[in-house]
Design a protein around this ligand. Structure first.
Ligand code: SAH
Length: 469
């Protein structure tokens, strides 16, 4: 019997290219080697973890030379936090690799004729771009490999920052996060200091003990700042002095809420945040449209790039004012509202009822009278009777989650034969699969990637499809 080779290390491999999802590749003796933890241009030893006939995969374990493309990551938490995996690459290189990934995936999986892919729309600000951040407080600090081997270092420590991927009970203690503009870090540090000074127990997510749990900070373009402090027990007398302290020290806070979470998980969807100070929501704008965002509302996290993404979507919809437009997977209705001026009618469909409530409220806030929104699964809602009631679609905008569209919905879209489809995607692989299916009747006429999340591997991609005559 052939024995499996263990611990094979390929020495001094020159990393050739980015291969998608943060992995790179090199070719050795005609075989493609996928490499983790490297960037193109590095000269590395690779420990192979899986080997097949045409390809293998492994991890860079030793660097003989660092790629000349590399830059010093600007965040001191890089590599530990896991939030911004690509900070060792300059932003223009990140964009280049994202562009290439869209091309590769659409051609490999899409297998339909494609137009030239427009150059990715990068972000003007590659820092401080998030409007919402969720911090976690915990009683176990994530330790680096060196710290783990130091008997004088204990992981028991009251910390505030982010969960570490793969270690649900450990929190990276963050000093400065560059994803959201100040006072985000100052508020987190103030809460942490207050809790330590007043001997509050920080939450232990494994044992379900402790008081201080999480905090969401939302900073809008208008400057409105909404903070929600989540604690594990209903002890208002203990909590209120902290809230007063925040109001007194951070006049920027326009809404302060608190939430009691006695559950085992951190999710807020089944909890009721309580308004302590301010009006209880924040207002965000996209062009001239206004959106009311409550503590549980969904809204695209990068406002500046969301505006660009929606502008691309509106351009691709090519509206003249007479169209009946469907906005499928509409969330809080933001795309539909954004394109509404150019359409006769907007019909939004979304599974989360609260999001549909927000969509209706936002439509009213913007004084729109040509929108209707439906809560339910697109598969259940979008049947013949629905299209008969709301009208034959001229344009269908679809923005599904990472899994892409359900095959039944794709079939329905093929039956409906709308002249144009605009497909907004956060996962090019499933988009490519769906474009292939839609290829039965549609031609892909425009493709525009947009970078919503600098320094991460995420890519948003918009495609225009035109019904073949
Ligand atoms: N277009 C929105 C949200 C897109 S995110 C925006 O730009 O903000 C995708 C949305 O699809 C989520 O709101 C999710 O709740 C919704 N969703 C997921 N599966 C669904 C389904 N089967 N039917 C309807 N909506 C769904």
């Amino acid at each position: 019997m052939k024995r499996k080779k263990k611990n094979v290390v390929l020495p001094a491999i020159r990393v050739e290219d980015h291969a998608g999802e943060g992995r790179c590749l090199a070719r050795v003796d005609g075989k493609v080697i996928f490499i983790e933890d490297a960037v193109p241009g590095d000269l590395v030893d690779v420990r192979i973890s899986k080997s097949k006939k045409d390809w293998a995969e492994g991890k860079a374990i030793h660097f003989h030379e660092m790629s000349k493309d590399r830059v010093q990551p600007f965040c001191t938490h890089f590599g530990v936090c896991g939030g911004c995996q690509w900070q060792m690459l300059p932003y223009n290189k990140q964009l280049e690799y994202k562009q290439k990934q869209v091309f590769d995936v659409l051609h490999r999986i899409g297998r339909v004729p494609l137009p030239e892919i427009m150059p990715i729309v990068g972000a003007d600000n590659d820092r401080y771009y998030r409007n919402k951040i969720e911090y976690t407080f915990g009683n176990k600090r994530y330790l680096s490999a060196a710290e783990l081997n130091d008997p004088n270092v204990s992981s028991y420590s009251d910390v505030g920052g982010f969960h570490v991927r793969g270690f649900f009970d450990k929190v990276v203690d963050i000093d400065t996060c560059h994803l959201q503009a100040e006072p985000t870090n100052e508020i987190r540090k103030a809460v942490k200091k207050w809790a330590i000074d007043h001997q509050w127990p920080f939450y232990d997510i494994r044992m379900h003990t402790g008081f201080l749990r999480t905090m969401q900070v939302r900073l809008c373009r208008s400057g409105e700042l909404m903070v929600n402090v989540v604690v594990a027990e209903n002890k208002p007398d203990q909590l209120k002095p902290l809230l007063d302290h925040l109001v007194a020290n951070f006049p920027q806070i326009t809404t302060l809420l608190y939430t009691i979470n006695t559950k085992a998980n951190d999710s807020l969807y089944d909890l009721e945040p309580i308004v302590y100070h301010g009006k209880g929501y924040a207002m965000e704008t996209l062009e001239d449209f206004r959106f009311k965002i409550g503590p549980k509302s969904f809204f695209q996290t990068n406002t500046a790039q969301a505006e660009k993404l929606y502008q691309v979507t509106r351009d691709f919809a090519e509206l003249s004012g007479t169209e009946t437009v469907y906005d499928l997977y509409c969330g809080t209705g933001s795309i539909g509202i954004f394109v509404s001026k150019g359409a006769a009618k907007i019909i939004g469909v979304e599974t989360i009822k609260e999001a549909i409530d927000d969509a209706k409220e936002n439509a009213a806030l913007n004084e729109l009278t040509n929108t209707s929104f439906y809560a339910g699964d697109v598969i259940d809602i979008c049947d013949d009777a629905f299209f008969a009631l709301e009208g034959k679609p001229d344009v269908i905008i679809t923005d599904p989650p990472r899994a892409g569209m359900h095959e039944k919905l794709v079939q329905k879209l093929l039956d409906m034969e709308a002249p144009r489809i605009v497909y907004v995607s956060c996962n090019v692989a499933t988009q490519a699969r769906d474009l292939n299916l839609l290829g039965a009747k549609y031609e892909v006429t425009k493709i525009q990637p947009v970078d919503m999340f600098p320094h991460t591997l995420h890519i948003e991609n918009v495609a225009q499809l035109i019904l073949r005559k």
